[in-house]
Design a protein around this ligand. Sequence first.
Ligand code: SF4
Length: 374
Amino acid sequence: MRISYSALNTYQSCPLKYKFQSIDRIKAPKSKEAVFGSTIHETMKFIHTPGILSPTLDQSMEHFANSWNPAVFDNPDEERAAFSQGIKIIQDYYKKNNPENFNIVNLESRFAIEIGRKDNKHIVSGIIDRIDKTEDGFEIIDYKTTKKMPTQERVDNDIQLSVYLQAFLSQYPEEIKRLDKIKVSLYFLKHGVKLSAFRTKEQLQQSEQLFLDIIKLIESKAFDPQVSPLCDWCGYQKICPMWRHKFREERKIDTEEVNEAIQEYIDLKSAMTVTKTRVAKLQEKILQYMKQEGVERVFANQGIIAKTLRKTYNYDEKKLKALLEPLDKWESVLKVNGVALRNILAVLPTPIKNEIEKTKEINKETISLSVKKK
Ligand code: SF4
């Protein structure tokens, strides 16, 4: 399979979006965030393109302004705010990164590397924003225009940086001996912060394996939609089963009856939440009364309320094991506690998390309706 890094990234964020984009080849309009990101990237390239004289800050801002596309914004206020933000990014960046101070090896360099083994080989392609020669090695940099910054732990395990490093090593194979001198960095331009890390050979192997696992999922045609904040920037909402209904008026498809059912369901669910809270309060009051009066049941015209005591038990694990193991029944009472596992997952290193993910199997599938009130 031949796949670009950005397509793999799309699959990781939403498999259905990947299908729309890369398999069905349905064109979607570029989001304003994507257009903004491209203009900033283009300006970064302009700033660092080697020449006799590096561009000044004014020239860099002028370049940004000339590449600006106001048409993608919804209204003039939004467009003005985005433009000012872009100018501020360029100014802040330039102040911290005078282009004279860098030894650029390559800008926006395209790559296509082979991953996997003999019977399972794939080509991954992509573009590396920038490669610098540093005092004692190299630095591979990717610019980000996202609002959210990841933790250092995420950067330490970021798969994109590992792939870019592998692509770099395919051009400079002898550098594998000096991995500790090749820095990989994500530069968050909206924050003016660069987060860097180094990779070991083991980490490179792990990220290659992760890539192969994703490719396997794509080949198995697993294309479930993944709703996330990224949906706000997805151009496929009108055809996506998770969002399509929102555009029903444009498509003129619903019957009155279905709309009423949806509305009633939301109302009933909200009423259930209110009822649950009220029931808990009443229960507290009645139990207090029973305790005070020393009674176990209370009577009303509509019925009788009785107090029941439910007990849950913990067992002495050692003694239980000693009793059940000789009968070959110990294993059958051991069950993975999903909640406890989720809690410890948060603090485990990413490679172990990935391995645990791979051990997951669907036990049972049930369908329910959840309500998110506006
Ligand atoms: S709208 Fe969201 S769930 Fe639907 S395809 Fe796009 S990213 Fe995926």
